[in-house]
Design a protein around this ligand. Structure first.
Ligand code: ADP
Length: 158
């Protein structure tokens, strides 16, 4: 049987140590991991799609079975395009659970063959989000504890 190919979609605006924790867990369990960076035009992102993809590439370059691609449109269409059979999402708290559960039920209707798997990060990342990191950075706070060094650098430049 072919090795499982998983897709981990998100906005990654920017990628944090919490995302990285999930990516490393997925990479150790599955044959191939495709990180799908969503264009998310409605989200008014701080970093452009190209910048977000580049940052994810930089911080995952040590993982041989991980690749990064930007996409726009429906996630399930992109999952089909890259021939992923499993979807990975991160679960931090019960708040994530409510939201993710709703999303999963929609994905099941749109692409029944795509199996969803939820991974939890290590405790220290349970309350970490890109939104919080952006807020701290905008107000001049130190984000080095929460993001890889190249992301902290990119936030400083913004
Ligand atoms: P989206 O806009 O799709 O929610 P995000 O980039 O915010 O994109 O998150 C992508 C995925 O990573 C989601 O499944 C989210 O729950 C998960 N995630 C985000 N931050 C963390 C974290 N600190 N620990 C574990 N999972 C996380």
């Amino acid at each position: 049987m072919a090795l499982n190919k998983v897709i981990y979609p998100g906005t990654f605006d920017p990628i944090t140590n919490g995302h990285l924790d999930i990516i490393e867990r997925a990479a150790s369990m599955f044959g191939e991991v495709v990180i799908a960076v969503a264009a998310s035009p409605s989200k008014n992102t701080m970093f452009s799609l190209e910048e977000r993809v580049e940052l994810v590439e930089q911080v995952t370059s040590h993982l041989d079975n991980v690749s990064v691609q930007g996409f726009s449109g429906l996630m399930v269409d992109f999952a089909k395009e890259v021939k992923a059979n499993i979807l990975i999402r991160g679960l931090r708290t019960t708040v994530d659970f409510e939201y993710e559960f709703g999303l999963t039920s929609m994905y099941k209707k749109l692409l029944p063959s795509l199996e969803s798997i939820f991974l939890t990060p290590s405790d220290e990342y349970a309350f970490l989000s890109s939104t919080i990191v952006r807020e701290v950075a905008i107000h001049g706070g130190n984000v080095e504890e929460f993001v890889p060094p190249s992301v902290a650098e990119a936030l400083k430049k913004k």
